[in-house]
Design a protein around this ligand. Structure first.
Ligand SMILES: NC(=O)c1ccc[n+]([C@@H]2O[C@H](COP(=O)([O-])OP(=O)(O)OC[C@H]3O[C@@H](n4cnc5c(N)ncnc54)[C@H](OP(=O)(O)O)[C@@H]3O)[C@@H](O)[C@H]2O)c1
Length: 315
């Protein structure tokens, strides 16, 4: 302290000014984050077009987003691999949202051999529809923590086909119509495992497929922004769905419905978006892979202690 008091007044003033600037910057960032997360009004999604295409709409986040888009007054074109589940989801949405303009379904298994032809058929099925919103949500994950050499051919194939190729091809099928109409919003569901964590050991291929989704989205954001199309990547960390049966919903791991409400409010804004979904991965893992995660050691521990959330408004 004596050292500080011994300094000339101008040094003390300069230090105080620097301190004030730092505090003001932190406060401004916090205020902006709070505004974006809780106060900023959602866009009127009908201005993008009358229809929304949602892949993987039969469960979890995709199902919850479909409900929110019905709330927003959009017609729904729901894509899923299971015809029975699709039919019951469509019936549920019609029953709970009688005002929804229309609900159509389309069966497409992204991991099947006929996927490319099926996406072509999807392109035909939406021809003439004013599709304003595309939600590329269908995804698969590891059944549990695996070392890379343990990932078998079937899992590898399905991770590539569903998470990467399916998403890319559906985007290619829907985008030309949006370009013609000069408006649209594309929401790709990535993951905090690639966008937030510095690495995600025992989940390498899944995380790498989501890194593709993140970068693909950001490139498209730049390519198409000036053409009236908003492309965005959602980067959730933990959402309590059947994909993550070991996660209990909590403050740091929202339900699919809570997540979808937040995600839909962010459509059309920043190129990457997420919500406060961090928490300790180690604390949440309740399956036998727990022991394996322990074995990976400090690398993982270091990775999972920071806060996500963050995706909000970041670039
Ligand atoms: N939950 C999380 O913690 C979390 C975290 C980060 C990112 N994500 C991402 O969020 C997205 C949604 O995941 P979720 O948690 O909601 O999982 P989910 O409950 O398992 O839902 C996945 C959806 O994708 C569909 N799907 C899976 N394989 C398919 C295929 N081969 N062809 C067509 N559809 C297929 C599923 O269909 P069925 O209904 O027939 O199974 C389901 O509708 C995924 O992209 C996932 O990677 C999730």
């Amino acid at each position: 302290m004596e050292f500080i008091y011994a300094q000339p007044a101008w040094v003390l003033l300069a230090l105080a000014a620097v301190g004030l600037l730092v505090i003001a910057r932190v406060a401004a960032r916090l205020a902006l984050w709070l505004y974006v997360a809780f106060l900023r009004p959602a866009k009127d999604l009908r201005r993008y077009g009358a229809w929304a295409v949602v892949t993987g709409a039969t469960d979890g986040i995709g199902l919850a987003i479909a409900f929110r888009l019905a709330d927003a007054g959009l017609g729904l074109f729901l894509v899923g691999r299971n015809p029975d589940k699709l039919a019951s989801v469509a019936a549920e949405i019609r029953a709970k949202h009688p005002m929804v303009p229309e609900v159509r379904t389309f069966v497409l298994d992204f991991s099947s051999k006929g996927m490319v032809a099926d996406v072509e058929a999807l392109k035909e099925a939406i021809r003439g529809l004013d599709v304003g919103v595309l939600v590329n949500n269908a995804g698969v994950a590891y059944p549990h923590a695996l070392y890379f050499h343990e990932v078998d051919e079937e899992l590898l194939h399905s991770l590539f086909r569903v998470n990467v190729e399916g998403l890319t091809r559906v985007t290619q099928a829907v985008l030309p119509g949006m370009l013609k109409r000069k408006r649209g919003a594309i929401l790709n569901i990535g993951s905090g495992s690639s966008a937030v964590l510095p690495s995600d050991p025992l989940n390498a291929v899944y995380s790498a497929t989501k890194a593709y989704v993140d970068q693909f989205s950001r490139c498209l954001y730049v390519e198409y922004k000036s053409k009236g199309i908003d492309v965005q990547c959602e980067v959730p960390l933990h959402v309590a769905t059947k994909m993550a049966p070991f996660i209990e919903s909590s403050f740091t791991a929202p339900t699919a419905d809570t997540y979808a409400r937040a995600a839909v409010r962010q459509i059309g804004y920043e190129p990457r978006s997420g919500m406060l979904t961090s928490g300790s991965k180690r604390g949440k893992l309740k399956i036998e892979s727990d022991e394996r995660v322990e074995k990976v050691g400090h690398g993982l521990e270091r990775n999972v202690t920071h806060t996500a959330g963050s995706g909000l408004g970041t670039d």
